[in-house]
Ligand binder design. Sequence first.
Ligand code: FAD
Ligand code: DLZ
Ligand code: SF4
Length: 511
Amino acid sequence: MTTLRVVLGDQLSATLSSLRDLAPGDVVLLAEVMDECTYVPHHKQKIALVLSAMRHFAHRLTARGITVDYVRLDAATNSQSLRGEVLRAATQHAASRIVVTEPGEFRVLQDINTWHLAAGCEVEIRWDDRFLCSIRQFRDWAADRKTLRMEFFYREMRRGHDLLMDEDAPCGGKWNYDAENRRRLPPGQKLPQRPLFPPDAITREVMALVAVRFPDNFGTLEGFSWPVDAASAEAALQDFLTHRLADFGDWQDAMTADAPFMFHSLISTSLNLGLLDPLEICQRAEEAYRSGAAPLNAVEGFIRQILGWREFIRGVYWLRMPDYARLNALGASRALPAFYWTAKTRMRCMAQAIGQTRDHAYAHHIQRLMVTGNFALLAGLDPAAVDEWYLAVYADAYEWVEMPNVRGMALFADGGVVGSKPYAASGAYINKMSDYCAGCAYDVKDSAGANACPFNALYWDFIARHEERFAGNTRMAMPLATMRKMAPAKLAGLRTRAASLLHALEQGETI
Ligand code: FAD
Ligand code: DLZ
Ligand code: SF4
């Protein structure tokens, strides 16, 4: 009686639920397939990362004496779909049962739900307990609430997992030190180096494959430096805990030119592949606080991202799919400008965020939210196109985490499920949190002139465009009041400037 255990490309954890109770004769299937490599035009580094990590994981299983059916994406196999490979393997190994851990994307779950019909055997879908809140637990938490707020979810998670708690109270007396996570980087501030993980032979082989099979995909392969197995992911985590965690809190929201990584942890790629365990990360961060190695604003800020935001976002995805993928509360429909792919724009903040995305398949949270996301929100870009862009260009992007961040947090396309108000901001915010504006072709202090920062006019045009919708939102009262107090001629000037910018975008002109 052979059980076929299917491990998806982002399920590379030794303790994965589908790999428990392995019996002699069982076969583990890992399949590199075209469909998963092409369902969005992934960044070259993302494909290389996933395939290299899959190959490393398979080697690890084989070394433990486990039988692995590994399908390589090369001309000889011509592997097209997960479904096709599962059916082929089920027949080849005469499987009497298929076991798989629930996937990270709705479309894959839909497919898995029909495997039993095609394979003619039982398919057991196991709970993914690599997450700290199960889909059912989140559903129960959400059931009797009118609105879902990350902050309240986070407090329950802190209590439930006994993280940063002194008895029943949060460490330091406050749950959230967000207000202490917003410092601007002072000039001359020394920045740490990103830990480097140069490609080994397996990664180099995969990079060569990607270069041949996906030559026109976005991004460069040259700077590839991601952890591809559990040991290098652990080294990346330790490097962060030792060298950057202490300063993470202060500069969490800061941005500076030509420094993509700053004090960020760079662990999302490893976490999302299953190479690191979220609870252990939080516990080790807490240890750093308890031992005096890192201050509370840093450790709480970091734990909030993993225990709070990451779990909350996943909960929203599974609670609201498949409808969530169609939400467009603000009726946005403009096409994605070409500069999202070329980085050729006079807006320095956008050129920086997109340029480093091309070079590293990475941008940190505030760049994703307040630069590229904010521009897409203000310019009314089509959420489906923006969604696809984010899913394609970041090495850590899988739909369960990308979509609620994009449609919910950045675009407010969900009308307020993820956040209570849109994260809309003018150039003043970007100027406050970065040094981009000093070297920009546009003038951040100007709003309506020919050389005025585009974010300024677009911001006021956005508020004016959606005045009626935002009128009932108390958190939008301030910008609405400010707009209403504006001299009509001033607002008209801003809206004229916004109209000309939007027209230029529609004409495919570079702004
Ligand atoms: P750090 O800044 O060091 O944060 C630590 C960890 O916290 C991250 O590794 C991540 O696991 C977690 N985290 C932080 N914020 C979030 C969040 N909002 N949602 C979920 N987890 C969070 N994250 C992804 O993993 N994949 C995505 O596809 C993705 N798309 C995003 C799109 C937009 C528009 C926005 C605003 C955010 C997105 N994020 C996404 C969240 C966040 O930007 C990244 O997790 C983070 O930048 C990864 O870099 P880091 O590991 O250095 O994170
Ligand atoms: C992202 C990705 C890529 C590029 N390639 C593969 C692959 O060849 N085989 C595979 O099993 N998984 C791959 N993945 C990850 C899947 O897309 C991921 O498991 C689903 O999106 C669910 O999160
Ligand atoms: Fe961005 Fe405007 Fe600043 Fe230029 S001036 S960097 S466009 S915010």
